[in-house]
Design a protein around this ligand. Structure first.
Ligand SMILES: [Zn+2]
Ligand SMILES: [Zn+2]
Length: 198
């Protein structure tokens, strides 16, 4: 099974955004000299699209290991670093790549992704996405991505495993997530969001 096939198997379908994440992760592994072993790599992904799945499969950076960090900026930007190292690699998709097939193609992609496309729109989408997907996978990297070495340490989010029991719902909540409820007791965010007297 090729790496691209592995990524498709995990994600469920081949698509342009999966290809974006795949290519970005491949570039990162090449430049950071991972040589197949992705141990100690941390990724910051700035969008919640299909691309994120490819990054996780190829680099081994996952949400559960805390080595996959989501930054909600709505950009096709991927930053990779070895844990604790000062140099990071920032890979951003160049403007115009996703709209190469036309603005209407992106609108179509959105409809498909949101489950709002008709049968006919689906067929049109799969026909039109093929050349763009190939281009993202195989085109010249310098046309597709801006790659910069940046001076930044990506810290792994700290894990707090000690818990307190919420005084309202009785569920345990990690200490660093517990908050003081109106009556002064410790509780969870769900309960803090509810009226205290109901
Ligand atoms: Zn997808
Ligand atoms: Zn609670």
């Amino acid at each position: 099974m090729s790496d691209w096939e592995k990524v498709i198997a995990f994600h469920g379908h081949p698509c342009c955004l999966l290809a974006v994440g795949y290519r970005a992760a491949k570039l990162a592994l090449e430049r950071l000299g991972a040589g197949g072993s992705a141990h100690g790599l941390v990724a910051v992904v700035e969008n919640r699209t299909c691309a994120a799945d490819a990054v996780q499969v190829l680099t081994g950076c996952t949400f559960g290991k805390r080595s996959f960090i989501f930054k909600d900026s709505g950009k096709y930007v991927f930053t990779f670093a070895r844990a604790g190292e000062r140099q990071a690699l920032r890979i951003s998709l160049k403007a115009g790549v996703l709209t190469k097939e036309g603005e209407d193609f992106v609108a179509l992609m959105e409809k498909v992704a949101n489950g709002e496309a008709t049968e006919e729109e689906h067929r049109e989408f799969y026909r039109r996405q093929e050349p763009l997907m190939r281009y993202i996978l195989e085109g010249p990297a310098e046309e597709i991505f801006e790659v910069q070495a940046v001076d930044s340490i990506i810290p792994l989010p700290e894990l707090c495993l000690q818990v307190v029991t919420c005084s309202r719902c009785g569920e345990e909540v990690m200490k660093d997530h517990a908050i003081v409820l109106q009556d002064g007791s410790l509780g969870c965010k769900d309960c803090a969001g509810q009226r205290q007297d109901d």
